[in-house]
Design a protein. Sequence first.
Length: 178
Amino acid sequence: MNESKISVRYSKALFQSAKEKDCIKEVREDMLLILELAGMEDFRDLIESPVITNARKRGVMTALFRGKVSEISFSMIILTVNNNRESFLPGIARCYIDLADEYEGITKVTLKIPGPISEENRQRFVDMIEKDLDTRVDLNEIVDEELAGGFILKVEDLYVDASLKTQLRKIHKELISS
């Protein structure tokens, strides 16, 4: 079975359980913690190591997560270890977050900009998108100094490139073709 199918199955089962127990948001926070830990080399080494025994991994996971995450999240983490699927935890967490966001009506939006923007401009972007798409927005800002000006906005399948770099490239093409 490929990685994505495993992650999707576990995340769907976790989502159903969280929905039944009315703790979708709490479990979403737990999955964010897993993703944060997955960014650390030591944690990745632990979950990806074929040498470390399941008993040892269970002990480490218990020390890391018991009392810090919900009982439902903790049970899923231990289940993955018992089934030798702990290496899929970051994928499970990402899939769960996507399911929870979809259920809550939250749209992921990526804004690529040449430098940090003010809170006022950030809120204007969020308000505009929320109004136009009738959704709540989870805005992810990426600073890309190569843009030089403008922005690139990605909302689900919609891609708006209003960067200075792209505008200059279009002008350059027009001048060459004429």
